[in-house]
Design a protein. Structure first.
Length: 187
């Protein structure tokens, strides 16, 4: 058994010294997108979530039910949008967490968002983009009013500077068009 282990180690050493195949070598030399979201970007998202963390209890499923029963605007009224500590703040914190069920809720609420509620929804989506850019890009659609890459990814230089490194980490080929539109909106 010891002899087999020694042979395996020698073979492994020989393989590791061999010249890599051209395709493998090109892959190894190609620059990759950053593998990790920077700490400053994570801190931005955490700050947004903390601002809304003391809301009344509501689940993504309850939110979707409210939208189904009352429409997006009626759901916002039922969630007491604009009231500190309401279920609306819980919804915003949930969206900022980038959990897919909350992001689907954001997509369903978007048609009813206007004024300050639209700004809050936009801020929550920016925090979601900083938390899980791939999950957030999945719900964005170019044709949507407020849920488009052009709107969610745009912002002041400080915010886009924080979000850009997170978006650059996305490597899913299915999201390449949305990623490009997002990066273009960031300038």
């Amino acid at each position: 058994m010891r002899r087999l282990s020694l042979i395996a180690l020698v073979a492994l050493a020989a393989c590791s010294q061999a010249e890599p195949e051209p395709a493998a070598k090109a892959l190894a030399e190609a620059p990759d997108a950053p593998a990790e979201i920077p700490e400053a970007t994570k801190s931005f998202a955490e700050g947004v979530r903390i601002a809304w963390e003391n809301g009344a209890a509501v689940t993504p499923e309850e939110t979707i039910q409210l939208i189904g029963l009352n429409g997006p605007e009626g759901a916002m009224a039922a969630l007491e949008a604009g009231t500190p500590g309401s279920r609306w703040t819980t919804v915003l914190a949930g969206i900022a967490s980038a959990q897919p069920t909350w992001l689907n809720g954001a997509a369903a609420l978007e048609p009813g968002a206007s004024g300050e509620r639209a700004t809050e929804l936009d801020t929550a989506l920016k925090a979601a983009l900083a938390t899980d850019p791939a999950a957030t890009l999945r719900v964005l659609e170019v044709a949507r009013q407020r849920l488009s890459p052009a709107v969610v990814c745009a912002g002041d230089a400080r915010t886009t500077g924080l979000l850009k490194p997170a978006v650059e980490t996305v490597v899913d080929p299915a999201l390449e068009t949305k990623k490009a539109a997002c990066l273009e909106a960031m300038g």
